[in-house]
Design a protein around this ligand. Structure first.
Ligand code: SF4
Ligand code: SF4
Length: 181
């Protein structure tokens, strides 16, 4: 029969010699491969003690941003929810009261803001759609969990620490973003 490619090899059906039956050359060859890899640099790392540098375009857990006075930037305009292809964002708007001016930057704020991380595909469109620089995707992974409901992140889970009252935590949450800005 005519071969379709020239890659086929005829099977060697000669009886094995005593030397071949001992499999020693093959064992030595296998050990050689193991030894070669033994001295190579390990491709694995001991996560989470060690971490690899993130790609500059890495998109992780969303963070709700505050301004330099610690006020929530989000004005509950809903643009992020409309832009979200996974329909992962839910919010309820509320009117800011006179005595709440130190809490919210705009006259409206998100009384409730939730992201369903089981739906989120980390596309970053919410960040792009936001006119207030109120949401960004950080370099943090969404932590693993055993319960589905634990993946509904509330506003309190997403809000960045207050830069006025918790400057250290705020800086830590900003991470490399602080260096870039
Ligand atoms: S990253 Fe994409 S999928 Fe996730 S909440 Fe934002 S817009 Fe929706
Ligand atoms: S995060 Fe931005 S886009 Fe989304 S509701 Fe708040 S202000 Fe609007």
């Amino acid at each position: 029969m005519e071969a379709l490619t020239n890659r086929s090899k005829a099977v060697d059906r000669r009886p094995m010699s005593v030397w071949e039956k001992a499999y020693l050359p093959e064992i030595a060859k296998g050990m050689g491969v193991t030894l070669k890899h033994f001295f190579k640099k390990k491709p694995t790392i001991s996560f989470p003690e060690e971490t690899r540098p993130f790609s500059p375009v890495f998109r992780g857990l969303q963070v709700l941003n505050r301004d330099e006075k610690g006020r929530e930037r989000c004005t509950a305009c809903g643009l992020c929810a409309v832009a979200c292809p996974a329909e992962a964002i839910t919010m309820e708007a509320a009117e800011r009261k006179q005595e709440e001016q130190h809490l919210y930057r705009e006259e409206k704020y998100a009384a409730r803001y939730e992201i369903n991380m089981l739906r989120c595909i980390f596309c970053g469109l919410c960040e792009e759609a936001c006119p207030k620089d109120a949401i960004y995707l950080s370099e943090t992974f969404t932590p693993a969990n055993y319960k589905r409901e634990s993946f509904i992140y509330s506003k309190q889970d997403l809000l960045i620490p207050d830069p006025v009252t918790e400057p250290e935590l705020y800086k830590k949450a900003l991470g490399d973003r602080a260096k870039k800005s």
